[in-house]
Design a protein around this ligand. Structure first.
Ligand code: UD1
Ligand code: UDP
Length: 363
């Protein structure tokens, strides 16, 4: 019986594979846990493994290079060595990062079975490295776990080779399980200077690596009618410094800067904010989870999560200062808690994914 290698490389992959790992333990799936080293800071990687009660990784790759091509090359060599020590494992990847693309290529080249969690998302924005990764991986995978029916339709339209299962998104499982624990344990609210606030994150390459776009985001935060709590991703921190924008934020009384937070602290801030402004994919999904339900303004010109827009949780406001400010003012005026159920599932995605994997493992 082939083992399943559950592979993660970045913060959101850990959060979204955690419910799969939990279910794997519960249902007796034979698995190994692998980290590729793409995210290497404690605060972006190990903190999440610890916080979510995951086992220590069975294998960890340590990357030397940071350039995407060299990074993917190192990951592929590292994964090949791991795979060679196991008997024809099934590789299970999640999402759209370079880790996911590197792993799927290794799996295909070594004729292993590749499973892709969160298959079928499409932004149709060719500037995004994530869009390249999604398309590559969906066409290389044998098993495609699509979170929603629209994502299944994207896969059918592209005539992918693998078998498609609609499961929901595991981030909803994670939010349902962890929000009550987070509310009990997190002390983050004592650190927040404002009673009511907008929660902000931004890290997409096409936003933060572009000086004009990043300046727009900074100006929108400084001029927001509600104060902003901004948790700063290390990529963004680097670019804010490079473009001499960080001091402008530091001087603003309207903005509180925080380092990347742990999952529990972040869930509590999201649960208690008036609205979120973000270019994150995961936060668009998380905001629809029953224990959270918050409006989200998407700081992008596209989204691969149109379900969040259709269900009234998210609005794509672009990356211009004024369009973002208009969006914030409108959301405050509406003062509406999005109702209804999450388009991303019922919190049982992990269970469905593991159930399918067991069928493959026992076949
Ligand atoms: C990556 C993913 C993105 C995902 C995000 C989650 C790709 C192409 N991008 O973006 O899809 O949404 O993770 O957060 O795979 N850095 C650190 N410490 C770390 C990790 C990164 O300081 O632990 C800094 C480094 O300067 C690094 C830069 O961030 O060069 C970019 O890191 P990288 O992993 O390439 O991409 P992310 O922007 O994190
Ligand atoms: N998140 C976190 N701390 C932060 C910012 C985000 O724990 O300071 C979590 C958030 O709850 C969500 C996930 O990180 O589950 C989203 O990851 P990210 O925005 O880095 O990547 P994306 O989802 O865009 O790929």
């Amino acid at each position: 019986m082939a083992k399943v290698l559950i592979i993660v490389g970045t913060r959101p992959e850990i959060i979204k594979q955690a419910p799969v790992i939990e279910e794997a333990k519960r249902q007796g799936l034979d698995f190994l846990f692998v980290t590729t080293g793409q995210h290497y800071d404690y605060g972006l990687c190990t903190r999440f493994i610890d916080e979510m009660g995951l086992p220590p990784p069975d294998y960890s790759i340590h990357l030397v290079k940071r350039d995407p091509v060299e990074q993917m090359g190192e990951m592929m060599v590292g994964l090949k060595k791991i795979v060679e020590g196991e008997r024809d494992p099934l590789l299970l990847v999640e999402g759209d990062t370079n880790t996911v693309a590197a792993s799927a290529i290794v799996g295909r080249k070594l004729s292993l079975t590749v499973g892709h969690v969160e298959a079928g998302l499409r932004s149709f924005d060719w500037r995004m490295p994530e869009e390249h990764n999604r398309i590559m991986v969906d066409h290389l995978a044998d098993i495609l776990f699509a979170p929603t029916e629209p994502s299944r339709q994207n896969l059918l339209r592209e005539r992918v080779h693998g078998n498609i299962h609609v499961t929901g998104n595991t981030i909803i499982d994670a939010a349902i399980r962890n929000t009550p624990l987070a509310v009990k344990q997190s002390k983050i609210r004592n650190r927040i200077r404002f009673e009511k606030y907008v929660l902000a994150t931004a890290h997409r390459a096409e936003n933060v690596d572009d000086a004009a776009v990043l300046a727009n985001l900074v100006e929108a935060m400084i001029n927001s009618p509600l104060p902003v709590v901004f948790t700063v991703h290390p990529r963004t921190d680097k670019m804010l410094k490079r473009f001499a924008l960080r001091t402008r934020l530091e001087k603003s009384k309207n903005v509180q800067l925080l380092p990347p937070l742990g999952y529990f602290d972040f869930l509590v801030l999201l649960k208690n904010c008036s609205l979120a402004i973000t270019d994150s994919g995961g936060i668009q999904e998380e905001a629809t989870a029953p224990p959270i339900r918050k409006p989200v303004l998407v700081l992008r010109v596209s989204t691969e999560r149109p379900e969040a827009v259709r269900f009234g949780f998210a609005k794509v406001v672009g990356v211009q200062r004024d369009s973002i400010l208009r969006g914030i003012r409108y959301a405050i005026r509406q003062n509406r808690v999005p109702g209804g159920k999450s388009p991303f599932g019922d919190g049982r995605a992990g269970r469905r994914i593991v159930h399918s994997l067991l069928t493959y493992q026992r076949a």
